[in-house]
Write a protein that binds this ligand. Sequence first.
Ligand code: ATP
Length: 335
Amino acid sequence: MVRLCVIEGDGIGHEVVPAAVQVLRALLPDIEIETAEAGMDTFIRTGSALPESTLETARACGAVLFGAAQSPSYPVEGYFVPGVRLRQELRCYANLRPARWLPVPTAKPDVDLLVVRENTEDLYLQLEHTRDSGETGVSEKIITRAATERVARRTFEMAMSHGREKVTIVHKASVLPQTDGLFRKVAFEVAKQYPEIETDDLLVDTAAYWMVKDPLRFDVLLTPNLYGDILSDMAAAWGGGLGLAPSLNIGDGVAMAEPVHGCAPDIAGRNVANPTACIMSVALLLRLHWNMPELADRVENAVRSVLHDGLHTADINHSAALSTTDFTNEIIARL
Ligand code: ATP
């Protein structure tokens, strides 16, 4: 029995997650779905952004579909970003963020790259404090051999099994030898065990330059947490935009599908959000976690067919745009 814990979160999570669940139900009518909550609305109502019961449900199901939650750029007493905490708590140590050409005018032809982002440490441990009566902010950046080794191993294993040829290790070891230097060193040690895969490395600023100038030079990028977040958003632009960019968090057992985009408060509640990123995240779950490649192909082909016919949501083409629900129904009709 396939079980899925569904967490809509905030904002457009309430629109794109139900769309993806509808697609999944069309393919797997017997799927057992448990809903759970997280995010700012949950925090305001219950005092916790990620209730313990949500974590329990996620662990019990073994697979999660998470929409997005608010991440305010100012401190909110007691609030933390639940997506980050979920990835840590569920031990989803690798975040796979593919950017692949889709038939939309906003995508760059032939782009096909994968950002693998370390998911459990770096500045995302949020070990922050202030000094000098708040006039100095301090954040600890943690990089460990163990976390780097496991994400690097997973990256090279995936590169092997998915016919990838090259892994680029991204870092800023020139400035941060004790943290990024360790990441680089350990990743290269792991790379030695996979001589079939070509491995090189780039400073993160150089990687950003090439991501803008020539994304076709990339195959797989292996990055610490923060750089992966930024570079994958850049890559998402080449894949057609944030509304199309999927991701899957994997690790020690539980997998969590999650679009790259956030909760997009600017368009929330208007039935205009693009559900493709969320639907394609479910395709990743089908392919890589549930080992159902035929069903994943059906989802991806249906999405491609709809986009190929010029049917779009407003983020891709503002004139004659379909609503979230109409766009989803088109995909379901073509499954
Ligand atoms: P958060 O605080 O959750 O990160 P945000 O608005 O800062 O929210 P995103 O949600 O990633 O960040 O949105 C960035 C921009 O991309 C916004 O203008 C948003 O409307 C747009 N966007 C993001 N996702 C989608 C989507 N699925 N469909 C259409 N537009 C989207």
